[in-house]
Design a protein around this ligand. Sequence first.
Ligand SMILES: [Zn+2]
Length: 290
Amino acid sequence: MHIVAKFYETYNMCAVVDEFLKNTLDNALLLEGFHCDEQWASWLAPYQRYSVFHQFIEYVVRGFHSDQADEFDIDKNKRIYKSLKGIPAAISDLKPHKLPIEEAFSHHGIDHQSFFEYLADIGKAFEDADANDIYDFMNEIWISAAYEDLMKQTVDEVFHVLFQNRELMLMFNDYASGILSQGHWDRVEGLDRSLLAPSGTLARVRPPRWAQRAVFFRDRGQCVLCGKDLSGLVSLENFENFDHIVPLSGWGLNDITNLQLLCAPCNQHEKRDGGAITSGRYQSWYSMEE
Ligand SMILES: [Zn+2]
């Protein structure tokens, strides 16, 4: 069980996810596409391995790639291409005919049809290509198996980096709970009522073993609020220490990104307050003191 991270543009995408979640109001229009038309109904199934946050990252990554394609200055690159035409070494070095998405494929070692080959197929030279050709090419990319591979790899990497940031997980789950609380539940076709508590929010579901293990390791077996060592207490039979960052009663999700380790006293204290809570407290790799 591992991922091989290439860290190609990974941190840029992490920053976009972060920016979206820090400014959900400013980004309301962009975020709309993620949850409109009751798409949030797919968030209700408990503990999906491809978590709701994975779905969110996928949405952001697709927008990122789409923006890159829109911002590609085809005229400028055509000029560069023309000026280098007699110097193949310079062309293969600068790659003015290569779109950003192709760079991403290359870095991840994923075979794909190039824009150049696509143009050749439709009988066009790069010098005659325009923004419409990029648009048509991208439409083929979106539905290709190569793009599916790229997306899987990219989402895995972004999730790998961001999952450990509990305050960001709080922001995401807070945003998601806001959508659920305002959702038109009557419009959801075939809504599985067994997922719901009598109050209408999501019912408590025991986190599966893989989710418990991931959260236990992320939080290093310690209460995230007071640092108490829970490694002797946490077991499959005793899952009370897995706390919902955004409480279920506050429209929180049964999603791995909404879990954290808490000791019983901190859990009780939190329940008295009723709000979403986590900490930016992490065990450091090593101490700065001798
Ligand atoms: Zn504690």
